[in-house]
Ligand binder design. Sequence first.
Ligand code: TYC
Length: 101
Amino acid sequence: MPDTVVKPKTRVKTKVERPRLHKVILINDDYTPREFVVTVLKGEFRMTDDQAYKVMLTAHQRGVCVVAVFTRDIAETKATRATDAGRAKGYPLLFTTEPEE
Ligand code: TYC
């Protein structure tokens, strides 16, 4: 009689987690012109005039404002590009990133 063949009952359970999102944060300073901040926000973050103005004003009044959330790579790329746009004009405009809780 042939041996009983026991088939393994192991199942592979694939677990996919959403990538953590990262905030892009606009930091206020005393030198960058308001209008320039608005222009950068519109160009890099595809905001309307209204949205960009509100974000700029919030950073101006409170010190910082969350601009948007993205996956880490995109958040870092956009923050760098937006910061570089200010530096190219000699402004201390600064965008940083931070992981969402
Ligand atoms: N505080 C700047 C000014 O008065 C304007 C400004 C707003 C700069 C927001 C940076 O993130 C900023 N000209």
